[in-house]
Write a protein that binds this ligand. Structure first.
Ligand SMILES: [Zn+2]
Length: 121
């Protein structure tokens, strides 16, 4: 399962728009429905507008009606091991339990390990 997700994340990184950082990231999100949603980072000259690959995958899945997720794989040709940024972890927390898996090239983490005390309203 993780090998497939990681391969999809690698493919997704090829769709990144990263002219400023040259740091391409792809993500593949597995919903409990079995569907996989992909995303890639899209940068902007106004840096705060930039969207990460992980959030693109989540927002696409949420738009499609998904609400339950198993795992996400993240990949970049520029860096072997990635962990999502804090904004993406907070997005994951909105829809996932602490046992949600975040898979990189060589390591896997649980959401509760990377965001043990995320914001809750
Ligand atoms: Zn992010």
């Amino acid at each position: 399962m993780y090998e497939t997700l990681l391969q999809k994340a690698k493919e997704a990184s090829g769709h990144a728009y990263a002219p400023y950082s040259k740091f391409q990231v792809g993500a593949a999100l597995l919903a409990k429905s079995g569907k996989i949603y992909m995303g890639a980072n899209v940068e902007n000259s106004s840096f705060g507008v930039t969207v990460c690959a992980e959030r693109m995958a989540f927002l696409t899945a949420i738009y499609a009606g998904e609400r339950d997720f198993k795992a996400i794989a993240v990949s970049s040709p520029q860096k072997q091991e990635l962990v999502p940024c804090g904004i993406c972890l907070q997005t994951m927390q909105e829809f996932c339990t602490g046992d949600f898996v975040i898979a990189g090239e060589t390591k896997k983490y649980l959401l509760k390990e990377l965001l043990p005390r995320g914001f809750q309203l």
